[in-house]
Ligand binder design. Sequence first.
Ligand code: GUN
Length: 281
Amino acid sequence: MILIDGKKAAAELREKLKKEVSDLKTKYNKVPGLTVILIGDLTPSQIYVRNKEKSANEVGLKSDVIKYPDTVEEKTILNKINELNNDETVSGILVQLPLPKHIDKQKVINKIDPSKDVDGFHPMNVGNLSSGYESSIPCTPLGCYLLIKKIEPNLSGKKAVIIGRSNLNGKPMAQLLLKENCTVTVTHSKTKDLKAECLEADIVVAAVGIPELVKGDWIKKNTIVIDVGINKTDKGIVGDVAFDEVSKNAKALTPVPGGVGPMTIACLLKNTIDCFKRSQV
Ligand code: GUN
């Protein structure tokens, strides 16, 4: 079984991006900039944002975090996004989710200039991805995709089963694998026989938020299994895959933590650099 080392893959990607930023600096005499908007004081959001800032600095990006209390008015955020849209030193804008209840998430996402939408959440980017056009691609599925490609460069004709249909993970993951000519099944809470679906799969991506849902006897030999889950349980953080059981059958498997997580942030940096590059032509 191949234990997919997301930490190592992310470190390699960051090295590549660092070199790219240095080359861009030489060519344009400026560096890509990422601005994160953080509203409120949820601990997980604060940790994510701190890690994003640290990684951005490490590869040489210009990085800013703008913080607001969770009582901030929606129009203050929309005005700030408008300002950032018009600021040419800002290549990428990310509004950390979740937002306080009184702020309309879709309104906020729609306000971000699609060419600066490093999350790939704007409907324009969602549409471009599903049409097979160039777009920002949501960071977690992009990270999963890069890990899968490392194990299996030619995905054409492979059967992929995705567990979960969220806009954040499941749907964009399906689009990425379709583009690679996989036969893709997107499963969800109403799927009749999830085990039977998984037993057909060459690739399983579990992104559903149910601790250790995917069992050892759901996975045939030679299947690549990607675990997007981060679930807090009595025994600590576990994924959506029963790791010990599945590792006996799978061809390759991502651990939690240390699998998909580190790639998500590295892909955010990649998206920021890609937005910068597209803005220079
Ligand atoms: N909160 C948790 N994951 C994400 C993400 O990928 N993007 C944003 N904007 N917020 C998040």
